[in-house]
Design a binder for this molecule. Sequence first.
Ligand code: ASP
Length: 315
Amino acid sequence: MTFRQDHLLGIEPLAQDEILSILDLADDYVALSRSREKHADALRGLTQINMFFENSTRTQSSFELAGKRLGADVMNMSMQASSIKKGETLIDTALTLNAMRPDLLVVRHPHSGAVDLLAQKVNCAVLNAGDGRHEHPTQALLDALTIRRAKGRLHRLNIAICGDIAHSRVARSNLILLGKMENRLRLIGPPTLMPAGMSEFGCEVYEDMEEGLKDVDVVMMLRLQKERMDGGFIPSEREYYHRYGLDAEKLAFAKPDAIVMHPGPMNRGVEIDGTIADDINRSVIQEQVEMGVAVRMAAMDLLARNLRAKREAAA
Ligand code: ASP
């Protein structure tokens, strides 16, 4: 196993071998999670605090389950939006938490960069569970594991990421990870939801779904991030669905064995047709949720190994 990080703040700092180490270990944890006795003790004796300053269903419960399966003491803290109005508050909260001697701190925050800042103030391993539009590393890792298991490889695939690219940390982390693994990436969406300069990152940019989906192996749909929009980015949801919503007609342009992904929560009838989302022959959306627990187990296990080694060296 090669993993040199003290924190998991994003995909950006990870090398290819570190990404593969997480995915390989996660494969073992999928097997463990499917067995009758779902417990291991990689995190026994450690305290994990989940601190979510933004709503979450899947990610928070997945981190909680991952910690519990590996024997950690897990505490969930739901932070009120009012407690983050001032920059100082975040630092104060971090210092207070640090005094409780956590070993793993899982943080979601609406501001890009907030989790990095927090990591500088505490002496435990910090995992970014999504910061603003910046990164959502465990989402990209679980997506990578899902793709690798469905397609048998994680390189030289044609992958389309579709919809609200501009506001999506999922798109950003996936672009970085899938790029590092040498895939051919396409971004599809209306110009209002497409950040400038994306073609310079080596991806092809399309405005038209049918054109962009031609012969892709993977179709990754994104939620319209209405909470991050402060103006009219789309004419109407109906119009958006007509042009960018994934339905059988548009999916027919992809390869016949192309898989359909969505990080959730889904807006059925806005970015994806419910029938496609539920089609077990095409959609791997439920697998993504399952892989999420395993990937988080693997990431916390690897970080805890480094944390223990560092503490032993310092003792
Ligand atoms: N759950 C993902 C995130 O937190 C995707 C989304 O919310 O659309 O970024």
